[in-house]
Design a protein around this ligand. Structure first.
Ligand code: COA
Length: 383
């Protein structure tokens, strides 16, 4: 090992892995900005298409640019016929994230080129991927229920078209707005595990389909995007606000390092600003209907956990309320993380495009802890 190697830091905590101008987090002040614009403002005033452009291009689009981008996205929603056939071959019991990762990787087989040195072709691939994610997710969600795959509708925007492809009906304006805002809130979050994965894989210059499918795989884990699904299951398992305290006491008694799903974050040491916005949306959704038990349970869990974990800076993250919101929209639990991916693909692509500018392949060091000079014992002499 050379002398100037930076000492190993588990999880690469506090290690800068790239120079990036895409988003910034202030984990003490609950600030998240995409290209300098507060995520709360974007969630309330922008739309996913505009936010995706902002992330990938660096500036808000002009009216003409947005109209053209929106048109391009609508034109690229349909996926190759054989990709639909591929999706039909997966077992109905498959997790939708496994199917999404496989389908995105398979896109590389259908959409050339295999080199990434042409900015126009790279942009086309970015548009195709952003446009295709909702189609791939909705296709498997229907196929596994034995339903016909619906063709995308060019008269609907990104969020509304996804809802239509999933359920076969148009969303109400309020539902469309919530879904669109959820996609915006999940679109980017600087150097998280899946984004880092996209950059690492992208740095060896494979197709964007390889880099983005790897990012999907990383997002699927319960410590990352998979937490929204785990969080809702946890709320259902608790069974009601009055059961929160005994449930948590029992869990901690069994394992003092027990992790509450939807809590904690490497960067935020206060409540995640995205959780605050999602909670506002949840409040609006439940203003006229009875609050679901899962939401009441989540509120109580947040209150109880603040007393226990607040001292460590462990508060609700984006996944804490997203599951409750998606459940209220009628979305199946295992489609929560794929929706996260539909939003996040814009962030991954922004990082992939940024990585390609002045790319250097990732090749870190290791702190070797294994043996040395071990003699080889022939098989017949081993017990
Ligand atoms: N519940 C209870 N305690 C938690 C916690 C949680 N969800 N998250 C962190 N902590 C505690 C840890 O036990 C640790 O305590 P200690 O210092 O006494 O050992 C401390 O807070 C630091 O946690 P650590 O696991 O080292 O943080 P990390 O930065 O490595 O991990 C997460 C961050 C997100 C992976 C972690 O908070 C977690 O597993 N959360 C649950 C899964 C989740 O919601 N993921 C979605 C993230 S958006």
């Amino acid at each position: 090992m050379t002398a100037d190697v930076v000492k190993f830091r588990p999880g690469l905590e506090n290690v800068e892995a790239a120079k990036s101008a895409i988003s910034e987090i202030d984990g003490k002040r609950a600030v998240l900005e995409y290209r300098g614009i507060a995520v709360e403002t974007l969630a309330k005033e922008s739309c996913y298409e505009e936010t995706a452009w902002l992330l990938m291009k660096g500036e808000l689009p002009t009216q003409k640019q947005l109209a053209e981008f929106d048109h391009d996205l609508r034109q690229h929603r349909a996926v190759h016929l054989k990709l639909k056939d591929l999706i039909k071959t997966f077992p109905a019991t498959a997790h939708p994230m496994d199917v999404l990762q496989s389908s995105v990787a398979a896109m590389g087989a259908y959409y050339p080129p295999r080199v990434v040195n042409d900015p126009a072709a790279n942009w086309n691939a970015a548009v195709r991927l952003t446009a295709a994610f909702p189609t791939l997710v909705a296709a498997f969600a229907r196929v596994r229920r034995g339903e016909e795959v619906l063709e995308p509708r060019a008269d609907l925007d990104h969020a509304a078209n996804f809802y239509y492809m999933l359920f076969g009906k148009e969303p109400t304006p309020a539902t469309r707005k919530v879904l669109d805002a959820c996609l915006i809130l999940h679109a980017e979050h600087n150097m998280n595990a899946s984004t880092f994965t996209a950059r690492v894989v992208g740095s060896s210059l494979p197709t964007p389909f390889a880099a983005i499918s790897a990012a999907v795989g990383s997002l699927a884990g319960p410590l990352h995007g998979g937490a929204n699904e785990a969080c809702l299951q946890q709320l259902e398992q608790i069974g009601g606000p009055e059961k929160v305290k005994p449930w948590l006491d029992a869990a901690i008694a069994k394992d003092s390092k027990f992790k509450v799903m939807g809590l904690g974050h490497r960067v935020y040491k206060v409540k995640d600003p995205r959780a605050t916005v999602l909670q506002e949306f949840a409040e609006q959704m439940f203003a006229e209907t009875a609050r679901p038990k899962t939401y009441e349970t989540a509120l109580e869990l947040e209150r109880v956990c603040a007393g226990i974990y607040g001292v460590k800076g462990v508060y609700p993250n984006v996944d804490f309320y997203s599951g409750v919101v998606y459940q209220a929209l009628g979305i199946p639990t295992d489609v929560f993380t794929p929706i996260f991916a539909i939003g996040r693909v814009a962030g991954w692509l922004a990082h992939w495009l940024e990585q390609l500018q002045g790319n250097r392949i990732y090749r870190p060091e290791q702190d070797y802890t294994g043996k040395a000079n071990v003699p080889y014992v022939p098989l017949e002499k081993r017990p």
